[in-house]
Ligand binder design. Structure first.
Ligand code: LMR
Length: 328
């Protein structure tokens, strides 16, 4: 090779490279390909392939085909997969302070979430991941969670009383339901459909894109548009693997992810709106909307969850939430 060529960032004829010569990043996730996360993963892979001219290949495994929900984090930590984008609630089993994001009505919209995560306090939460061999590249949205069930309409918060509700593994989410008399059930995402079908749970909370892409709404009679909590993801790499990547590849990944992230935020919003329209039109599930006044009542019913968080992790993550910023 000529000296000047050695300065080139990537080999030129990458179509010919074997997997041993390429950088291969396996990206495992648990949702469908037609969701914001599923589509962003594919877009990220395509852009990286194109921009590195095939030198870096991101192989995307959706729907838990490579590692199921509940397995993917361990696989990442072992280095068996190099990238995942778990829901933040699932990261709370490693770094429980992150469950500030699970607090009911902590955020009004996704912009508030992004601002929080990009702030100093959010970045301090990001840094905590490094001690667990995790490197976070940003934040992707799924959207805000809604409640579905097949026992009765949920209009008042007390209607949750006695319902068996599926949750992601997060103590704050468990507290959210138990504080209003519901029975939280930690169940892997990929088995929610099955558990609903078997009648092992009455309902669940999730974003509209997850509810629709997994066809959960076909098993549920009632949907409440409660927007009570944010569901988003941290695109994570194994930190050791990240550190092993050449600097120019790291820069390419970061810059491309920033671009994909903007695109993903927009997509999540659009898909959510689109699915809501379709569900309204399908007449297959009874939809109830909470009013602003209801939301105030619901939010105060969840005060004990905030106390629980404060008792466990102090006040600083809560004090930095946008709703306390405006009041002070
Ligand atoms: C869930 O378990 O409900 C979600 O985390 C699935 C996902 O990744 O959006």
């Amino acid at each position: 090779m000529l000296a000047s060529c050695q300065e080139q960032v990537y080999p030129t004829d990458n179509e010919q490279l074997s997997h041993e010569e390429q950088i291969v990043i396996r990206f495992s996730h648990v949702v469908g390909e037609n969701t914001p996360k599923g589509m962003a993963a594919v877009k990220f892979a395509e852009l990286i392939k194109e921009r590195s001219r095939g030198y870096v290949e991101i192989q995307v495994f959706p729907n838990g085909v490579l590692y199921k929900d509940g397995e993917e984090m361990d696989a990442l930590l072992r280095g068996d997969t190099q990238m995942i984008a778990p829901a933040i609630s699932k990261i709370t089993t490693l770094v429980p302070e992150w469950s500030v994001m699970d607090l009911p009505y902590a955020f009004k919209n996704a912009d508030e979430v992004h601002t929080y995560v990009e702030s100093e306090i959010g970045q301090s939460l990001m840094t905590k991941l490094n001690a667990h061999n995790l490197y976070s590249m940003g934040i992707w949205d799924s959207g805000f969670k809604q409640l579905s069930n097949n026992i009765h309409p949920i209009e008042n918060v007390r209607d949750l009383n006695g319902l068996r509700m599926r949750i992601m593994p997060s103590d704050i989410l468990a507290k959210q339901f138990s504080s209003v008399g519901a029975i939280p059930k930690r169940i892997d995402f990929n088995t929610v459909f099955n558990q609903l079908q078997k009648g092992k749970i009455d309902g669940q909370e999730n974003t509209l894109t997850n509810i629709t892409s997994k066809n959960l709404y076909s098993l549920q009679d009632y949907l409440t548009i409660s927007n009570h909590g944010y569901l988003g993801y941290l695109p994570l790499m194994n930190h050791e693997f990240w550190n092993s990547l050449p600097k120019d590849v790291q820069i390419l990944l970061i810059e491309t992810l920033e671009e994909v992230q903007e695109w993903e935020w927009q997509l999540a919003e659009e898909l959510t709106a689109q699915w809501l329209k379709e569900m309204e039109a399908c007449n297959c599930i009874k939809i109830h909307y909470l009013s602003d006044e209801d939301i105030e009542k619901w939010a105060s019913a969840f005060d004990p969850v905030y106390d629980y968080y404060t008792d466990s992790f102090g006040e600083k993550y809560i004090q930095a939430l946008p709703k306390y910023q405006t009041h002070h």
